[in-house]
Design a protein. Structure first.
Length: 575
């Protein structure tokens, strides 16, 4: 029998009405958070009613402070098993231990990352009991205040992790005494990786990066030090690192979480982690590679909640947006997004798909890997190791009655030809290319072997783009442009802005990024040029005659609007 949703349980129990549920669902769009938390904020239900109903939903017992069930058993050293700081921060209380099974009271039974950390920390399987936040905090404070002596009252983690990183401290993330070993056995390595301080340290590194809205985490070993860097708005920034001897346990912990081979250090490996936060799930794509000083780890953070998949919010101007939307309404044809790695091509494609997603359409994607999971779209992860290439996936798609196909990247002639033929047989095909600008995408496709007589009737639009850092609105400084000339472009605004730096933007002067793009719609003149083998310059001139702004011109318009700085545009596009 399927489990009811929380709202359905509350209605069935007579705690709320259908009207109150719809009111909470509407408020949830603005307040975010889970529906139960919204219902509490609105005063519709109490904490106790929510916890009891959540227990019903998940088939878990509910305990209140007055029931006497939130009193841990004495003489089991439970305060050593789960330190006070961990218990208080994560709202979890150990109640009893029977062999390798630990009974815990927990506030959020849907926090699966916490449950995973608890299993590693305690080496126990878990029996869970649900309690309210208020009751748990009271029980935790009573237990750790009176249990044991001052020397062992929940201070194990506090003493092991002597300092934790904060924005205001130029101090290491942690200091953990592990001796001077440079090599550890596999058994010892796993044991060290599963120690509470290392678990907390890795969690801190990941959580801090997500909070800072970083796109990547780099963990890099060198001769006498370990470096950790976050990529923020396309630029890498160092953060105060932990001690160098923590490198191997940190890497091992990450490998365990991402299900990699902890014993393999000679070859690159890939894996993934799913992190559960308060109100959303974040995917992390993990890559390791051996260097002369040990394994380097890069974690790509794929946070759907931090990325707005909305074409109108990416930075396209009104004219470009109109052209793109008109193209996306076509029933068939080719739509390409081009640019270097890290230029936001995938985000533009996902945003485009979000615009045209419809229950009446069968949308299929082939990606390497799947970066964001979108409801209503059939997404396939390419796996070259078993023969599931882009071309193989595309051939299979054509037997699946698709309306719209998205291909992560056109890398070879076979994939390009299948895309073109799919477009010619009544399918809308979206994909990416690695070219410097829009006109060069045409010549690239012809150069790799796509016949112009097939490309000409199928190609609809090419969007070339870069990502420019946006000036921090809190500290950007104005200055007079004096109508200066930048190359052949005259700045039309009398007042433009430059970066300064403040606490809001971590002294960088920039916060967030915006798309700078050129949108080339394929009109009849360009089709004629393609058909007779026109050169890059001829195609570019025809596109500009048709009203296309080049990347440089689009960037300068963003400068004139005060969105980004002149230095930023000159650093990412060439006139």
């Amino acid at each position: 029998m399927p489990r009811l949703r929380l709202g359905e349980i509350l209605i069935k129990q007579g705690l709320i009405t259908e009207k109150q549920l719809q009111e909470a669902i509407s408020a949830q769009k603005d307040q975010k958070g889970r529906i139960g938390e919204v219902l509490i904020k609105l005063g519709i239900i109490t904490e106790e009613e929510l916890s009891a109903s959540l227990g019903t939903q998940l088939l878990l017992p509910y305990a209140s402070h007055l029931s006497g069930l939130l009193k841990p058993k004495a003489d089991q050293n439970l305060n050593k098993l789960i330190p006070h700081e961990f218990a208080q921060k994560n709202l979890v209380l150990p109640l009893s231990r029977n062999g390798n099974r630990l009974t815990c009271a927990i506030f959020d039974p849907l926090d699966f990352l916490l449950q995973d950390n608890l299993k590693i920390l305690t080496s126990c399987e878990l029996n869970l009991i649900i309690a309210t936040r208020t009751d748990l905090l009271k029980a935790i404070n009573e237990f750790y205040l009176y249990e044991g002596t001052p020397e062992n009252r929940g201070g194990l983690l506090d003493r092991a992790v002597e300092r934790t990183y904060s924005k205001d401290e130029e101090t290491p993330l942690a200091q953990l005494k592990m001796g001077d070993d440079t090599e550890l056995s596999i058994d010892r390595l796993i044991a060290k990786a599963e120690e509470a301080p290392v678990v907390k340290l890795v969690d801190l590194i990941i959580r801090q990066a997500i909070d800072e809205k970083a796109s990547d985490i780099h963990i890099e070993p060198f001769k006498d030090k370990l470096e950790i860097r976050y990529r923020l708005d396309g630029t890498l920034y160092q953060i105060p690192p932990p001690a160098a001897h923590l490198h191997m346990p940190i890497v091992s912990r990450i490998k365990i979480l991402s299900k990699m081979d902890i014993a393999e250090k000679r070859l690159p490996q890939d894996g993934s982690i799913t992190a559960k936060l308060e109100d959303r799930t974040v995917d992390l794509r993990i890559s390791t590679i051996p260097t002369v000083w040990g394994e380097k780890v890069v974690m790509r953070i794929l946070d759907r909640g931090a990325v707005k998949l909305d074409l109108a919010q990416l930075g396209f101007d009104a004219k470009q947006l109109t052209l793109i939307r008109k193209c996306l309404t076509s029933s068939y044809g080719l739509f390409f997004v081009t640019g270097p790695t890290g230029s936001g091509k995938s985000t533009t494609l996902y945003s485009s798909l979000s615009e045209i997603t419809d229950p009446s359409k069968n949308i299929m994607t082939a990606e390497d890997p799947v970066e964001f999971k979108i409801e209503g779209i059939n997404q396939v992860a390419v796996r070259n190791d078993i023969g599931l290439t882009f071309a193989a996936a595309l051939r299979a798609f054509l037997r699946q009655d698709p309306d719209i196909i998205m291909v992560g990247e056109v890398r070879d002639l076979e994939t390009a030809q299948i895309c073109v033929r799919a477009a010619l047989t009544g399918h809308m095909v979206l994909s990416t290319l690695h070219t410097n600008d829009a006109p060069s995408a045409v010549t690239r496709l012809i150069d790799i072997g796509v016949p112009s007589y097939l490309l000409t009737p199928s190609l609809l639009m090419i969007v070339a783009q870069r990502l420019a850092r946006k000036l921090c609105v809190k500290c950007k400084e104005p200055y007079e442009s004096g109508g200066q000339m930048v190359g052949e472009y005259k700045i039309k605004s009398d007042l433009i802005y430059k970066a300064k730096g403040c606490d809001e933007c971590n002294q960088s002067g920039y916060k967030g990024r915006v798309v700078i793009s050129e949108v080339m719609a394929i009109n009849e003149e360009i089709k004629v040029l393609m058909g007779r083998g026109g050169t890059y310059n001829e195609i570019r001139d025809a596109a500009r005659k048709n009203g296309m702004d080049t990347l440089f011109e689009a960037g300068m318009k963003k400068v004139e609007e005060g969105i980004t700085s002149l230095d930023e545009v000159l650093g990412i596009v060439i006139e």
